[in-house]
Design a protein around this ligand. Structure first.
Ligand code: GLA
Length: 385
């Protein structure tokens, strides 16, 4: 069943949008819309797939299962729409989370790792589930990526939006506090996918919310990301131990393969002999963004796909970004359109607080207290080629 919500446009414009999606060509201008279709059930609850189309013809598909971005169609240099995120065709594949990839999903309560699952809040110790030996990764056994969120689609002046809410009960995955999380995806008419996160709690607790989309700007499943050009506005990163837990200190990127202050192709230094690259099996580290942590959304990362010419800028108010070069992909996962995802077929840019912050007092705090509303914004922006 396809249900179209809140059309505010003449029928003729809807026809143009539908035709554009079918033909995968990039129209000069369409009217923004959002539609929904039933996509099955998870945990006994109905799951839908929402299609957001902005006024320029960009399309984002998002499901309330895990708040997952399943498709993101953006125009290449010739105006052809290209799907730039890795993912699956069907809900059952997202449920399986094969290979622990977290394709496109919202991550919580705590993005990335907590050392040995050891969390202390207000002097009380909580043992979290060890799902990435010897550590807790991306929220534990059942993270936000596997929860069914309550969804509200809406047209806004900025573009179509999908509001997702989830109440994570006190003790879920052994984290303290009832945590109410709201994530608003807006497909901006200025050609960006904006993600606004808010959260409140009734007990002190730690959170680190992010999105785990894997991008390939030359088209998901067509190539590796090794020839993508990457720039990260960071003088420092957080080196890790052999289990990918940060050592606590910050290290300068100068003179290392971690220096992306000027554009470098991802593949140019990834195979250098370097202990940190060895620990990550490639890039899988947190960069300390130069932008001050002031609540302002600033450009942190730029990526360019060489074949399509598609440019993606990541803007965020978060202090860090986990750049993960798809090192655990190995060609055995078959994604959308039956295409296999080879080693390094996609890259994730997870805007975040630093991994293991609850155990590292020198890092910006991830403690959320009752009466305070956590808010953060990240935009994946696609300047017109
Ligand atoms: C993050 C982690 C990686 C890996 C991926 C998902 O980027 O840092 O080590 O777990 O998620 O596969």
């Amino acid at each position: 069943m396809i249900q179209t919500l809140k059309w505010n446009i003449p029928a003729i414009a809807g026809f143009i949008a539908a035709f554009a999606a079918l033909s995968s060509s990039f129209p000069a201008s369409v009217s923004a819309s959002i539609s929904a279709k039933s996509w099955g059930k998870a945990d006994g609850k109905a799951v839908s797939l929402y299609t957001l189309t902005n006024s320029k013809g960009l399309v984002a598909k998002i499901t309330n299962f895990g708040g997952t971005v399943t498709s993101l169609l953006v125009p290449d240099k010739s105006g052809k729409l290209v799907d730039v995120v890795l993912g699956y065709d069907a809900l059952k594949e997202y449920k399986a989370n094969q290979g622990g990839t977290y394709f496109g999903a919202l991550i919580g309560r705590y993005g990335n790792r907590i050392a040995k699952g050891h969390l202390v809040v207000d002097g009380k110790a909580y043992q979290l589930f060890i799902n990435n030996k010897p550590n807790t990764l991306h929220g534990g056994k059942v993270g936000f990526n596997e929860r069914v969120w309550t969804a509200t689609p809406e047209q806004t002046p900025d573009g179509p939006s999908l509001t997702l809410t989830y109440l994570s009960p006190d003790g879920e995955e052994n984290f303290p506090g009832n945590l109410t999380v709201k994530v608003v995806y807006t497909l901006l008419n200025t050609n960006g996918l904006k993600i606004d996160y808010t959260a409140t709690t009734d007990k002190d607790t730690n959170i680190n919310l992010t999105n785990h989309s894997y991008f390939n700007l030359d088209g998901a499943g067509t190539s590796t990301i090794l020839d993508h050009k990457l720039t990260i506005n960071a003088d420092k990163y957080t080196p890790v131990d052999s289990t990918s837990i940060p050592l606590g200190k910050l290290a300068g990127v100068a003179g290392t393969p971690f220096d992306f202050r000027t554009a470098h192709t991802i593949g140019s230094r990834i195979n250098e002999t370097n202990e940190q690259l060895g620990f990550g099996k490639g890039y899988d580290h947190n960069w300390v963004l130069n932008s001050p942590v002031s609540g302002d959304v600033k450009k942190a990362v730029t990526v360019v796909g060489p074949k399509t010419g598609i440019v993606m800028e990541v803007l965020t108010d978060q202090p860090g970004v986990q750049f993960y070069s798809g090192n655990f992909l190995k060609g055995d996962i078959i994604g959308k359109k039956g295409l296999a995802y080879d080693h390094r077929a996609g890259l994730a840019l997870e805007t975040q607080h630093f991994p293991d912050s609850p155990n590292e007092p020198s890092y910006p705090t991830t403690l959320l207290k009752p009466g305070v509303t956590f808010h953060s914004t990240t935009i994946y922006h696609f300047p017109t080629p």
